[in-house]
Design a binder for this molecule. Sequence first.
Ligand SMILES: C[S@@+](CC[C@H](N)C(=O)[O-])C[C@H]1O[C@@H](n2cnc3c(N)ncnc32)[C@H](O)[C@@H]1O
Length: 336
Amino acid sequence: MRAWAIVVPRGRAEEIRRTLQSQGLLLKHLRIGHEDATILLPVRKRVEIGFPAKEAEFDEGFVAVRSYKDVIEVPPAMRRSLPSSFDVVGDIAVIKIPEELREHRRAIGEAIRRWNPRIGVVLEDRGVKGERRIREIDVIAGERRTTTTHTEHGLRYRVDLSQAYFSPRLASERKRIADLIEEGETVADPFAGVGPYSILISKFRRPRDVHASDANPTAVELLRENVATNRADRVTVHEGDARAVLRQVAPVDRIILDLPHSAMEFLADAFQALGTHGTVHLYGILEAAEEGEKREKIESAARAAGVRVKNLSLRHVRAYSPAKYHTVFDVTVARA
Ligand SMILES: C[S@@+](CC[C@H](N)C(=O)[O-])C[C@H]1O[C@@H](n2cnc3c(N)ncnc32)[C@H](O)[C@@H]1O
């Protein structure tokens, strides 16, 4: 690859390399060149630092690229705003871009693809919206598609990030829940999305039945496809509102209420749908200071539903924002 080179004497090469690196000018994915008694340091642009500059041919790919930031072209002042992480779903990178970098979003997308050529598409994530929790996204680099196949715990999920919710960040939480399932349980997953809880439970545990459903028809279509692809025989798929499906499949032993912004509204229906005893996993987005109040609300919903709380525990699934956690309450109850 052709790039600008700073030509320095061998004895000063390491010192100048460090200076260029600290200024974000060094192209670290290119291999440093040699010419007679001089060293050629590859840089993003022509710079005046007291040594000659010239264009030169460099070998690529020999140096481990640690981050897409190593191969991006943005003004140095912008570099510190570059996101340090993004999600990868199948072969799609999904990245949130700060407002001040909006005009550089295509450069960010291209850099991610140069950094990892296995990424086929880069999507800008503009937030999950509405009851169906659909991500508002724009393709900023690569193929113009939002579908891919994601592998989680060895299972394959067809996803369409513009049509149905999916996040790879909950993989460990899904495994934690699956590990709790006892042989012969009936489980309801009324906010199933494309099926990552239900299918994992069906494949790795021995439930009697897992009722997976969602109100979003596209999610249900993908869910059916994923159940078939993974031969998740114990999953029964339904389409519709969580309340109606819970009434239809009751009684069950365990219910996964994975709709963090409004799961609480479905708690009474979930308690009604349990048999003589059972567990509800209730997700929420909360500040630590709100946790006590939420506990009280859960206890009061249990009293109103005529069930006795036998165990109520809380876990932080992950940090959601500087002040909030994605939180789960595991609530085990028995009919009073
Ligand atoms: C946060 S997503 C969870 C998806 C899934 N559990 C996962 O781990 O990927 C919530 C899902 O609930 C669905 N949903 C929202 N409101 C609903 C309702 N009233 N009844 C049934 N599904 C609903 C949305 O369509 C969305 O797929």
